[in-house]
Design a protein around this ligand. Structure first.
Ligand code: AGP
Length: 609
C-alpha cells in the first residue's frame, strides 16, 4: 500500500515528487524517500516516519537534475526504518515498489549465492538486484525489465531508473494501481491521479502485465512480452483536491461532520424528486435483468464489509432476494458457488483494495455481473465493473472511514428499493415512504452531530475503561462491529462488536466494572430483547452506554450513560447510530494523544493481500 512517484521534466524534481508523495501519504506513512539524478549520480535521501521527516531532511538539499523517483512506505517485509525505506539502489539501478514479491525467499537465496550483498530486509531490494544483474547483460532498462518480469511472483507496481539513462524511467505493474501522466514538457508516473493532477490532466491507466518506458517526453507501452500496445490517453477533469481541514483539528472529524452532505450527494443522482421514487441507471443491468437476479453476493473488507452486512439485511428484507455478504480476503479461498442469475456487488471506498479486486475478478471469470460501489472514480475496481454506484463523498483523507461509510449505506438503501421494485415487492406508496426516510437522513445526521460535545467532554472518562463491547441486534449489529473497529484502529483499545443475543454464549464472561458496554438499541421490534440483554450485562457489573431513541424509563435506569437519537425506522437508523460510535472513537483517541488521521500500522488503501 505504498505510494510511488516518478518524474522526468524541467521542473525541480524535488518539488514535483514531494507534492506527489504528499497526495499519496494516505497509502503508507512509516518511512519515505527520494532518489534524484544530480550531476550523473542518483542522490538518495530517506527518512523513517512520516513524510514531514523526509521534508525536513530535504530542506537542506539542492538538486539540479530533471529525473527522480519517490516513495512513501507501508511496511510489509522489514520493519519501518531508514534502511528499509525506498528507493532501493543497487549498482546503477534505483527503484520504488508498491506491493509484495511473494517468491522473495527464493530470490534472496539465489541472489546471495550469486554474490549479492543485500542491505535491507525488503523484498523490493531484490528486484533492484535482479535488474542490476540483468543490466550487465542487456544494458538498456526496458529489455532488462522484460527479462526479469517472469521471475517476479506477487503484486507489484514499480518505477525504476538507471543512472546511465538520464532520460528514462520504466514502470510496470501487476496488481497495485499505476498511472502515467503525460505533460506537454514532462512525464509523470504515480500510484494515483491525485499525485500528479496539479501538473497534468492527461492520464494513461496501466493494466496488469503492462510495462511503460518513458524516454524524455515520449513514452511507449508494451505487454509483458515486449509487444507494443496502444493505450488511450484519458483526459480527466479532476482538480487537485487541496486537502484542507476546514478549521477542524483533524481530517477525520471534518469528514464525520461532512456526512450529511456526503449522504445527500450519494443519493441525489438516484432520486426522482417529482415522483419521490428511485431511478438507478448505471447498475449494468436493465430492469428485466434486475428482476431475474436470484442471488446477490456482497464482498468487501473492513468498514466496507460492515456496510455490506447492513445491505444484506436491507435487500433481503425489502426485495426477498437471498444475499451472502463476505469478507473479500476469504471469498476466493472458500471456493464460492456463483450460480447463474447472480449479481456480485463490491464495496470499496478506494476501489483499490487487493482482496476486493481479486474477488471481483473471480466473479467476472464466473460470468457474473459486477456492480461496484466505490468512491474513487476510475479506480481499479470501478474500471473492471459492469455497473457503478458512486459514493460521491469527496476525498476521504482520514484512514478511518466515516463519510464513505454513510454514503455507502445510503446507496444500499436505494439499491434495496430498486431491487425490491424490480421484484415487484414494493407498492408505490411503500417506495415513496422509504425514499422520504432516506431524504430525511441528512438533516437527522446533523442533529446527531450535536453529540460531539458530549463525547468530547466524556472522552477522558471513557478512555479509562479496560475494553469496550459494542452490542446490537438485526441491522444494528454491523454498526456495533463498525464501532468496535473504529475504537481499535484509532484508540488502540480492545473492543468487540457482538450480536447482543450471543452474549450469553461466552462474551458475558468478559464483563466486569472495567468493561464498557455500548448498546445500540433504538426503539424498534427488537427493543425489548435488547433491554433484556442490557439487564444481563448490568447484572454482571457492565458499565452501559445506551444509544437509543426517545425515552424509556427502564433503559435510562439501567444505563450509566444514555444518548437519544432522532426517531427513525430500521431502514435509516444505521446512518444515525454510526455517528456516535465514530465520535466516541475519535474523541477517546484524541484524548489518548493518538494520531487519528494516520493511526499506527494502517494505511488508507490496502493494495496487498
Ligand atoms: C475503516 O476505518 C478502515 N480504514 C478499513 O477497514 C477500510 O474500510 C478497508 O480497508 C476497506 O477499504 P476500501 O473501502 O477502500 O476497500
Amino acid at each position: 500500500m505504498c505510494g510511488i512517484v516518478g518524474y522526468y521534466g524541467p521542473k525541480n524534481p524535488k518539488e514535483v515528487i514531494m507534492t506527489g508523495l504528499k497526495a499519496l501519504e494516505y497509502r503508507g506513512y512509516d518511512s519515505a524517500g527520494v532518489a534524484i539524478l544530480d550531476k550523473g549520480v542518483f542522490k538518495r535521501v530517506r527518512a523513517e516516519g512520516k513524510l514531514s521527516n523526509l521534508s525536513e531532511k530535504l530542506t537542506a538539499e539542492d538538486f539540479n537534475g530533471h529525473l527522480g523517483i519517490g516513495h512513501t512506505r507501508w511496511a510489509t517485509h522489514g520493519k519501518p526504518s531508514e534502511r528499509n525505506a525506498h528507493p532501493h539502489t543497487v549498482g546503477d539501478v534505483s527503484l520504488v515498489h508498491n506491493g509484495i514479491i511473494e517468491n522473495y525467499m527464493e530470490l534472496r537465496e539465489e541472489l546471495i549465492k550469486d554474490g549479492a550483498v543485500i542491505e535491507s530486509d525488503t523484498d523490493s531490494e531484490l528486484v533492484a538486484h535482479l535488474l542490476n544483474r540483468q543490466l550487465k547483460k542487456t544494458p538498456d532498462l526496458l529489455p532488462a525489465v522484460l527479462a526479469i518480469l517472469p521471475r517476479l511472483v506477487g503484486a507489484y507496481a514499480i518505477v525504476c531508473v538507471n543512472v546511465k539513462q538520464p532520460e528514462t524511467m520504466v514502470a510496470f505493474k501487476n496488481g497495485p494501481p499505476l498511472i502515467l501522466g503525460v505533460g506537454s514538457d514532462a512525464m509523470y508516473i504515480a500510484s494515483d491521479v491525485q499525485a500528479i493532477v496539479s501538473y497534468t490532466k492527461n492520464v494513461v491507466y496501466l493494466e496488469d502485465g503492462e510495462v511503460v518506458e518513458v524516454k524524455g517526453t515520449g513514452y511507449k507501452v508494451f505487454s509483458a512480452k515486449g509487444k507494443p500496445t496502444d493505450k488511450p490517453v484519458v483526459e480527466i477533469n479532476w482538480t487537485a483536491d487541496v486537502a484542507s481541514k476546514g478549521g477542524f483539528p483533524h481530517f477525520m472529524v471534518k469528514e464525520i461532520f461532512e456526512q450529511p452532505r456526503a449522504v445527500a450527494q450519494a443519493i441525489q443522482p438516484h432520486i426522482n424528486l417529482a415522483s419521490t421514487t428511485v431511478e438507478m441507471f448505471e447498475l449494468g443491468l436493465d430492469q428485466k435483468a434486475l428482476s431475474e437476479i436470484e442471488r446477490i453476493f456482497i464482498v468487501a473488507c473492513g468498514s466496507s464489509y460492515y456496510t455490506g452486512l447492513v445491505g444484506e439485511y436491507m435487500i433481503e428484507r425489502l426485495a426477498r432476494v437471498p444475499v451472502e455478504c463476505d469478507i473479500a480476503s476469504e471469498f476466493r479461498y472458500r471456493h464460492p458457488v456463483l450460480p447463474k442469475n447472480s449479481l456480485f456487488i463490491s464495496i470499496s471506498q478506494s476501489g483499490e483494495t487487493a482482496d476486493t479486486l481479486a474477488a471481483v475478478r473471480l466473479a467476472k471469470a464466473a460470468g457474473v455481473k459486477v456492480l461496484s460501489i466505490c468512491n474513487v472514480r476510475r479506480s481499479s475496481i470501478d474500471r473492471e465493473a459492469d455497473g457503478h454506484l458512486y459514493m460521491n463523498a469527496g476525498t476521504e483523507v482520514g484512514v478511518a472511514s466515516t463519510k464513505a461509510f454513510s454514503a455507502t449505506l445510503s446507496l444500499l438503501n436505494l439499491f434495496s428499493i430498486a431491487m425490491a421494485k424490480a421484484k415487484g415487492k414494493l407498492t408505490l406508496a411503500e417506495e415513496q415512504d422509504y425514499v422520504r426516510q432516506i431524504q430525511a437522513a441528512p438533516a437527522q445526521i446533523e442533529t446527531v452531530l450535536n453529540l460531539d460535545k458530549w463525547f468530547k467532554e466524556g472522552a477522558d472518562q471513557l478512555k479509562n475503561f479496560r475494553g469496550f463491547l459494542y452490542l446490537g441486534r438485526g441491522v444494528h449489529y454491523p454498526i456495533a462491529m463498525e464501532g468496535a473497529l473504529k475504537l481499535k484502529e484509532l484508540a488502540y483499545m480492545h473492543a468487540e462488536g457482538y450480536a447482543a443475543g450471543e452474549m450469553k454464549h461466552g462474551p458475558l464472561a468478559l464483563i466486569d466494572d472495567d468493561m464498557a458496554v455500548v448498546m445500540l438499541a433504538p426503539h424498534d421490534e427488537l427493543f425489548e430483547k435488547s433491554i433484556s440483554n442490557m439487564e444481563e450485562a448490568k447484572a454482571r457489573g457492565g458499565q452501559i452506554l445506551s444509544i437509543s431513541t426517545g425515552h424509556n424509563k427502564r433503559l435510562e435506569e439501567i444505563s450509566n450513560f444514555y444518548l437519544a437519537l432522532p426517531e427513525a425506522g430500521w431502514f435509516t437508523m444505521p446512518l444515525l447510530e454510526v455517528v456516535p460510535v465514530q465520535l466516541l472513537a475519535y474523541h477517546v483517541a484524541v484524548s489518548l494523544g493518538h494520531d487519528v488521521d494516520q493511526p499506527r500500522n494502517l494505511a488508507k488503501s490496502v493494495t496487498v493481500e
